[in-house]
Write a new protein. Structure first.
Length: 147
C-alpha cells in the first residue's frame, strides 16, 4: 500500500513522505537478498513466526514484497483484516493486511537486531520501516502493537 500522505515533497520544513512500491514478480527472488543478505531466511522465518503468534486467524498466505523510498522493506500477507493479539504488551485489535505485515516485520527486525547485534542490517531496517509506519493510516494500531 503506497503512502497516502498529502505533504508536498520538498516543502520547507516538511519531510518527504516515505513511499512504498510493490516489488514486481520478476524482482521477487532478489528482494530479500538485496535487503538482508545471507540472513534472508532468518528474517523471512521470523516474519512468518510472528504472524502465526499474533494473528490467530492467519493460516498461511502468499506474501507481497514492498520496497520503501528510504531503502526499507516489508512483506504483506494476502487476505485480512487480521485480529491481532500481542501477548507481550496486551495489545488487541484488528489490522489490515498491510498494517499486520508492517507490524510483524518491525517485530522481526527488532528481535533479530538483538540476536545479530554484530550486523546492523536488522536495526537499520527496523528504523527505515518505522519511519514509514509513522506515516501509515493505521500508525496508532501499529505503534500500540509494537510498544
Amino acid at each position: 500500500m503506497a503512502n497516502q500522505d498529502n505533504a508536498s515533497p520538498g516543502a520547507v520544513g516538511t519531510p518527504s513522505p516515505v513511499v512504498a512500491q510493490q516489488v514486481d514478480d520478476s524482482e521477487r527472488m532478489m528482494a530479500l537478498p538485496r535487503h538482508f543478505g545471507q540472513r534472508l531466511l532468518v528474517f523471512e522465518g521470523a516474519v512468518y513466526d510472528f504472524m502465526r503468534r499474533f494473528a490467530a486467524d492467519y493460516d498461511g498466505a502468499y506474501w507481497q514484497f514492498y520496497e520503501l523510498s528510504n531503502g526499507g522493506f516489508y512483506m504483506v500477507p494476502d487476505g485480512g483484516p487480521f485480529r491481532f493479539s500481542v501477548d507481550t504488551n496486551d495489545y488487541e485489535g484488528v489490522m489490515s493486511a498491510d498494517a499486520a505485515g508492517i507490524t510483524v516485520c518491525l517485530f522481526a527486525c527488532s528481535h533479530l537486531s538483538f540476536r545479530y547485534s554484530e550486523d546492523d542490517v536488522f536495526g537499520d531496517h527496523f528504523h527505515l520501516l518505522r519511519e514509514f509506519a509513522a506515516q501509515h493510516a493505521e500508525a496508532s494500531a501499529i505503534f500500540a502493537a509494537i510498544d
